[in-house]
Design a protein around this ligand. Structure first.
Ligand code: CA
Length: 226
């Protein structure tokens, strides 16, 4: 799951990014409204956390622009004061929830999880499957043939992306944009190394190999005969 935080208070932004990353999310952070708006319009996120008062373009305008472009991504607002006007305005513009500063991180995390659960369809929530490989999305667990496979948060995100788009060849650039944050240096071989590690856990001990390399194009997960 990939999130975008737009928050101009550097400390608050970094604190949120760190906490959400530790909770297993991939997090982009922007410190001003214009960059945040650009990212929200061009990248795919599962959830946005928007501060209201931002330099360049405020949170309201970002939300308005997204909804006018039919972007249905859930939005959680951070407001500096508990004003009914702010709350009504946010909900009218299509915000999904709001949180009044200062808040404790645990509350933010709970709101984020609730919004993500609400926006994920029931079919997706049950889990994903390729051959005998199963992903339990709620518990972040993977297994093959019923045997639990221990993955890091990053490995799980990578595997989830491949499985969600099984049968599709995913170029490295797409994998980078979905599984790594915006500071990722695409000149490195990080993705190949990550795939090799994932293969070691998912495929090495099994006769049927699921992760496939498509030379010159990227990676794909599929059952070999389909
Ligand atoms: Ca602010």
């Amino acid at each position: 799951m990939k999130l975008l935080i737009v928050e101009d208070e550097i400390k608050t932004g970094e604190y949120l990014k760190q906490g959400l990353s530790e909770a297993g999310f991939i997090v982009d952070l922007s410190h001003n409204g214009l960059d945040g708006h650009h990212l929200a319009m061009t990248e795919r996120y599962d959830l946005l956390i928007l501060d209201v008062m931002l330099p360049g373009m405020d949170g309201w305008r970002i939300l308005k622009s997204l909804r006018e472009s039919n972007k249905e991504v859930p939005v959680l607002f951070l407001t500096a004061r508990d004003s009914i006007d702010d709350r009504v305005k946010g909900l009218e513009l299509g915000a999904d929830d709001y949180l009044v500063k200062p808040f404790v991180f645990a509350e933010l995390l709970a709101r984020v999880r609730t919004l993500l659960r609400r926006s994920t369809s029931p079919a997706k929530e049950l889990g994903l499957k390729v051959a005998d490989l199963e992903l339990d999305l709620a518990r972040h667990r993977a297994s093959r043939n019923g045997k639990r496979i221990h993955l890091t948060a990053k490995e799980f995100s990578l595997l989830e992306l491949l499985v969600r788009r099984q049968g599709e060849v995913l170029p490295r650039s797409l994998i980078a944009s979905q599984v790594w944050d915006m500071n990722f240096d695409s000149d490195t071989n990080v993705i190949d190394v990550a795939i090799r590690r994932l293969r070691g856990k998912i495929d090495d001990n099994f006769e049927i190999k699921l992760i496939q390399t498509v030379r010159g194009m990227g990676y794909m997960i599929d059952t070999p005969d389909s």
